[in-house]
Design a protein around this ligand. Structure first.
Ligand code: PLP
Length: 410
């Protein structure tokens, strides 16, 4: 008799995006004439095509695979040197990160979930509220939590509320925690952390022997030159942090799949016998046992993001999305809504009008404006009273969304 991992049964069935899908489907079935005018600003997926430089590099790599002399089979599990070195040169220059501390993968979602393989049981784990649901659900699957309560919060996790009061940057926990998930620029709130705020987190982690899992998937959207792009810009982070980077949102790789995890060799965890073990060593073993490397054409495409043309093309994509974010911010502000985020991130985080819940807002926007937004409550209890608008869309659609929001709520 094969038993199952019972932890999966603790997962809340009504996960956010399926529930959004269900409501959109119900609406379009009841109102087929309105279905065509629906504009999706919900799921955080890019909409613009892959940069030309990336496509060209991928085409060339595919052609190399068609010739015996240049054909490549299994590559290094950790990623090709040409890509790891390019990542270090262009994203971690002068931060003391070596190419051998970079692990190339097929996505940050998998990395941020799989990383739990190398941590033991019994860790106190802190997540923000609202939160990217992957951090929570992977801890549930790993058996690091108890059951969920009525609001969807899991027993055993430490939730750090992010509110207008703290500028959506979590305060340090009052208790001691061992693992801390931070995501800046943040999904869903669009908030960023200053150097001083990140320094507090690094100091806390070093004082308590904790590890910061830093998700920098949206670093390319930072406009303010004072805001750090990497946790490794903070002194001491090389002793206590792991960083996740992805080509999904800057290079438009959500369908192509490439990312990396950076683990300095100086970050350690404690073994059962009390000795300190480098996490790098464990992840290297895990990665090479359970993963056979991202595909060669994809890694060539990713490296092309750092070519002069690639950089220009990525900058144009980011400018386009950030222009969208500005329009969405202004439209919401114009009708008197309180607006956060959207200045260093592709997400605009908006307070619902007085007396409207976030799912109420979702239904109203869908039914009366045919605009799909994401209800804040879907990201955690502290997201109640807010909704997220994604700036990942064409300019034309964003302008139409602005028009409809102003008409509906203005
Ligand atoms: C989009 C996103 C990622 C990127 O995930 P991939 O698997 O690399 O596509 C990572 N973290 C957050 C919070 C995201 O929103």
């Amino acid at each position: 008799m094969a038993t199952i991992n019972d932890n999966f049964l603790k997962l809340k069935a009504g996960y956010l995006f399926p529930e959004i899908g269900r409501r959109v489907k119900a609406f379009t079935e009841a109102n087929p004439e309105a279905a065509e005018s629906i504009i999706r600003c919900g799921i955080g997926d890019v909409t613009e095509p892959l940069p030309e430089a990336v496509r060209q590099a991928m085409h060339e790599a595919v052609d190399e695979q068609g010739v015996a002399e240049t054909f490549r089979g299994y590559g290094p599990e950790q990623g090709y040197e040409f890509l790891r070195q390019a990542i270090v040169d262009h994203q971690f220059a002068e931060l003391g990160i070596g190419a051998d501390e970079v692990f190339v993968s097929d996505g940050s979602k998998c990395d941020s979930g799989n990383i739990l393989d190398i941590f033991g049981p019994g860790n106190r784990i802190a997540v923000t509220d609202p939160v990217y649901p992957v951090y929570v659900d992977t801890n549930v699957m790993a058996g690091n939590t108890g059951e969920a309560d009525g609001s969807g919060a899991y027993e055993g996790l430490v939730y750090l509320p992010c509110t207008a009061g703290n500028g959506f940057v979590a305060d340090l926990p009052k208790e001691k925690v061992d693992l801390i998930y931070l995501c800046f620029p943040n999904n869903p709130t669009g908030a960023v952390a200053t150097r001083e705020q990140l320094k507090e987190w690094v100091d806390y982690a070093r004082a308590n022997g904790s590890i910061i899992l830093f998700d920098a998937a949206y670093e390319a959207f930072i406009q303010d030159p004072e805001i750090p792009h990497s946790i490794f810009e903070i002194e001491g982070a090389r002793d206590c942090a792991i960083e996740f980077r992805s080509f999904s949102k800057n290079g438009g790789f959500t369908g192509v799949r490439c990312a990396c995890t950076v683990i300095p060799k100086t970050v350690t965890g404690t073994a059962a016998d009390g000795s300190r073990v480098p996490l790098h060593q464990l992840w290297a073993r895990r990665h090479s046992t359970k993963f056979n490397g991202a595909s060669y054409p994809v890694q060539r495409g990713a490296a092309a993001v750092f070519s002069p043309e690639g950089k220009q093309q990525v900058a144009a994509l980011i400018d386009g999305y950030m222009g969208n974010a500005k329009l969405l911010r202004e439209a919401c502000q114009e009708i008197g809504l309180k607006v956060y985020g959207g200045e260093n991130a592709p997400y605009v985080w908006v307070a619902c009008p007085e007396g409207t819940s976030s799912w109420g807002m979702f239904d109203q926007m869908l039914e009366q404006a045919q605009v799909v937004i994401t209800p804040g409550a879907g990201f955690g209890a502290a997201g109640e009273g807010y909704f997220r608008i994604s700036a990942f869309n064409s300019r034309g659609k964003v302008e139409e969304v602005c028009r409809r929001i102003k008409e509906l709520l203005g």
